[in-house]
Write a protein that binds this ligand. Structure first.
Ligand code: SIN
Length: 522
């Protein structure tokens, strides 16, 4: 095999540009490392983090580690990794103050004495969520981009899609490397504008590819969030866990098409109440915390209520608050709803649950190390165990910031102290057969319909078996044409989507016990 004609080399390759990726890249660069940060999107800021409206967990004035652990554990239904909770508790406020506050100057809502305004959200026992109106993620991502685009040792590359992780065992031209422990040394990357794949070799690779919402027909996530990282890590041989725990956000704006715009949990944090068509505050019948119950409970209750009343949605009602205050506090949600002729200051918002967040993922330790050497995973693609079987509101941005920063710092430590192998690797074999876009469109649609209808909020053995029949066959077909078709971002995404769907499905089939987001009626 001939060695590649163009190899790009760096200390750290970060795949994904959400808050986890930015935090990791920034932390690694501050340690003096050269960093390449790639995103498959043409807009750097396009990521799930950008769409996180609600906020980021800070600390209430009377907070404690024990209270954090209790809230996470109750919400995650007993299988939360307490080490992960303790880590976000211990590092969280410091990183928010230092990085988001002092270095990035994120414009958090503050009181006159400059202290952060904090609200309570679902399943929290205290008001501890910091926020920027109803666009916290967007504000953080925008300032983060402004910061890191001028950092000399961070090379940002947009429209670059990672195809496969490079490992010593799979790709090294040195046959003796098969005897090394399983080790990642970068990734093959499709540079979309050139339409060429080149290896990017890195001493440390950090997966920050986000989640998998768009494997479902209805999701709060952007369309490119299609499970890429899980599939790549799986093919490389990493341990993947807890994939059955897909969280459905209870409140997204109902529409007659597929689109689902997030209606932040912060509305309920500020007093909004879920009502059925008779105007009843129905959540009181389902849970003692009412509309502020954990998300899995609220989503299932809405589902039950819709079935009972024969309606396609329930209402989220914030009209008890002052109209001007609502417009100031939730400007984007107010505007978006107005576009579909819903004035949230005077009427209930029609809402339905939609796929939102994968609580499981690539298994990592507390320094974001996966089971493959020199491969870290951070943010939604990772599973630190922080979320257990169901995620606590506004914990995702905090997890991204804390574990991203720790990953970047630890990457530097590992490069300093461990043996690094940079192997020769083969050229990517470029296939040329054109692909019919109808095939990709239909296969994506099959995946999304199947996952929504059979691997959704309520699961049964029969539904899961039906899904398995469909997706297994589809996987065979996709792998066949993937092998000789011209590579594109869409084709890479489709191959990853079917693999990741099967990972969720497989975990759901194996786990017979209902817990948190994995709910089986049989
Ligand atoms: C929201 O604002 O409800 C979404 C943020 C989150 O998932 O924590």
């Amino acid at each position: 095999m001939k060695s590649s004609d163009r190899i790009i080399k760096t200390d750290v390759l970060v795949i994904g540009a959400g808050l986890a990726g930015c935090s990791a890249a920034y932390a690694a660069a501050q340690q003096g490392l050269s960093v390449i940060l790639i995103t498959s999107e043409n807009e750097f800021t396009e990521s799930s983090s950008f769409y996180a409206q609600g906020g980021i967990i800070y600390k209430a004035s009377d907070d404690s580690e024990a209270s954090f652990v209790e809230d996470f554990q109750r919400t995650g239904v007993g299988i939360v990794n307490e080490d992960a909770v303790r880590q976000v508790y211990r590092c969280g406020t410091e990183f928010i103050d230092e990085i988001l506050g002092k270095k990035l100057c994120v414009p958090f809502n503050r009181s006159e004495d400059n202290s952060l305004n904090l609200i309570r959200e679902g399943s929290h026992s205290k008001a501890r969520i910091a926020f920027v109106k109803d666009h916290t993620g967007q504000s953080i991502q925008e300032v983060f981009y402004q910061k890191i685009k001028d950092v000399d040792n961070i090379n940002i590359i947009t429209e670059a899609t990672s195809v496969d992780l490079i490992t010593l065992a799979h790709h090294s031209l040195n046959p003796l490397h098969i005897y090394e422990p399983s080790t990642c040394v970068g990734a093959y990357v499709l540079f979309q504008k050139e339409n060429r794949v080149y290896p990017v070799l890195a001493k440390q690779t950090i997966l920050a590819t986000g989640g998998l919402g768009s494997l479902y027909l209805h999701t709060s996530n952007p369309s490119h969030v299609r499970g890429d990282g899980y599939a790549m890590a799986y093919r490389a041989g990493a341990r993947i866990m807890n994939m059955e725990y897909v969280q459905f956000h209870p409140t997204t704006l109902f529409s007659t098409n597929e689109e689902r715009f997030l209606i932040s949990e912060a509305l309920r944090g500020e007093g909004a109440v879920l009502r059925n068509k008779s105007g009843e505050d129905f959540m009181k019948r389902y849970h003692e915390m009412g509309s502020l119950a954990p998300r899995d409970v609220v989503s299932r209750s809405i589902n039950a209520e819709m079935n009972e009343t024969g309606r396609q949605y329930v209402y989220l009602d914030i009209t008890q608050r002052n109209g001007e205050w609502i417009k100031q506090r939730f400007p984007k949600i107010y505007q978006k709803c107005l576009e579909v002729r819903v004035d949230i200051t005077s009427e209930g918002i029609p809402v339905v649950p939609a796929a939102h967040y994968e609580c499981g993922g690539v298994a990592t330790d507390m320094k974001a190390n996966t089971t493959i050497r020199c491969l870290k995973a951070v943010g939604e693609v990772a599973c630190t165990g922080l979320h257990g079987a169901n995620r606590l509101a506004s914990s995702s941005l905090l997890e991204c910031l804390v574990f991203g920063t720790i990953a970047g710092r630890d990457a530097a430590e590992q490069i300093r102290t461990r043996k690094v192998i940079m192997p020769g690797v083969a050229d990517w074999k470029q296939e040329t057969e054109p692909i019919d876009p109808d095939l990709i469109r239909q296969d994506r649609s099959t995946i999304r319909q199947t996952m929504w209808n059979y691997v959704g909020i309520i699961r049964t053995k029969k539904k899961l078996e039906r899904a398995f029949g469909i997706l297994w066959q589809l996987n065979e077909d996709i792998q066949k044409f993937y092998a000789h078709s011209e590579l594109s971002d869409d084709l890479i995404g489709l191959r990853n989507a079917v693999t990741t769907s099967l990972l969720v499905l497989h975990a759901a089939k194996l786990n017979k016990e209902s817990r948190g987001c994995h709910y089986r009626t049989d």
